[in-house]
Ligand binder design. Structure first.
Ligand code: NAD
Length: 288
């Protein structure tokens, strides 16, 4: 048998499907929230490809079942229907990781919702639901996961925040505020949980091609938006999954409390046109 493409672990065992070029995730147990679509689905696919055993949680129970069935051909995956804004649903998903796989090594706290409403028209129901899911729900996921990780004295938590945490968009005050809160939450959790060997980090994507990012499919707004993106394109969900896999892996073993921006350069700075002449006082002007 050829050993090409097989990774030999320190304990001498050969691990099928885990290649040397992959990050070190093989055999770990993960909970992924928002796993039925978009970024969460891509994280789940990436984890399974890396040999991670998975509980996939989503409020859309039918769709997460479909995803889990597809992934089950390649790995160990269980779907759970649940709402991260409900503590009992989160606790049930964490308990399932322990019951089925014997523990929990990784939480990808990815589930989130958005809405676009003018500031003056944001109603209390919309505000509360976005904060309940994106901020309180994420807090509950981190806390329930960490309660299992702490006794084991290890764990990696990666939260999907957004560039909206600092580079805010119009008509999205509730979403912007929730993602800004998530960054402070990640830093707080990292500070408090470091003593238990638990790392907590975040990814901050800008515009990713999922159903939630309507502008990516807008024939007018899309190209207009891309004029401000140095890389000239939107992100793919798999690119966010790659960053999550890195932060969840032992490759990032000394990284905690950080946010990794994935924006194709969008938030780096302002695009200025070239002036017609050298600027006053410059070396080029004095030569002219
Ligand atoms: N798409 C983007 O451009 C973008 C950019 C930055 C950040 N994000 C963040 O990435 C995350 C995933 O977004 P996406 O673009 O993949 O969206 P998506 O709508 O494609 O997928 C989100 C998934 O989360 C699930 N979900 C929603 N509320 C839930 C709840 N209360 N409990 C459990 N599951 C729930 C949905 O059913 C869905 O399957 C979100 O936190 C979002 O804010 C997205």
């Amino acid at each position: 048998m050829s050993l090409a493409g097989w990774y030999h672990s320190g304990d001498g065992s050969s691990r099928p499907n885990a290649r040397k070029d992959q990050v070190h995730l093989y055999g770990k147990v993960a909970l992924v929230t928002g796993a039925a679509n978009g970024i969460g689905r891509a994280i789940s696919e990436r984890f399974v490809a890396e040999g991670v055993r998975l509980v996939a949680l989503d409020v859309d129970g039918d769709q997460v079942e479909v995803v889990a069935r597809q992934l089950a051909a390649r790995g160990d995956v269980e779907a759970i229907a649940g709402d991260i804004a409900r503590r009992e649903d989160v606790a049930r998903a964490v308990a399932r990781c322990v019951d089925r796989f014997g523990g929990l090594d990784i939480l990808a706290a990815n589930a989130g919702i958005a809405d676009a409403q003018p500031f003056l028209e944001i109603d209390d129901r919309s505000w509360r639901r976005i904060i309940d899911v994106n901020l309180s729900g994420t807090f509950q996921c981190i806390q329930e996961a960490a309660r299992v990780m702490a006794p084991a004295r290890r764990g990696a938590i990666v939260v999907t925040s957004s560039t909206n945490a600092f580079y805010v968009e119009t008509n999205m005050a509730h979403y912007n505020a929730s993602k800004g809160g998530v960054v402070a939450l990640v830093r707080s959790a990292a500070l408090d949980l470091g003593a238990y060997g638990i790392r907590v980090n975040a990814v901050e994507p800008s515009m990713v091609r999922t159903r939630a990012a309507f502008i990516t499919e807008d024939p007018v707004g899309g190209p207009e938006y891309l004029k401000r993106v140095p890389l000239g394109r939107f992100a793919e969900p798999a690119e966010v999954a790659g960053a999550v896999a890195f932060l969840a892996s032992d490759e990032a073993s000394y990284v905690t409390g950080q946010t990794l921006v994935l924006d194709g350069g969008l938030t780096l700075g302002v695009n200025l046109p070239l002036p017609h002449a050298p600027l006053p006082g410059s070396a080029r002007e004095s030569q002219a």
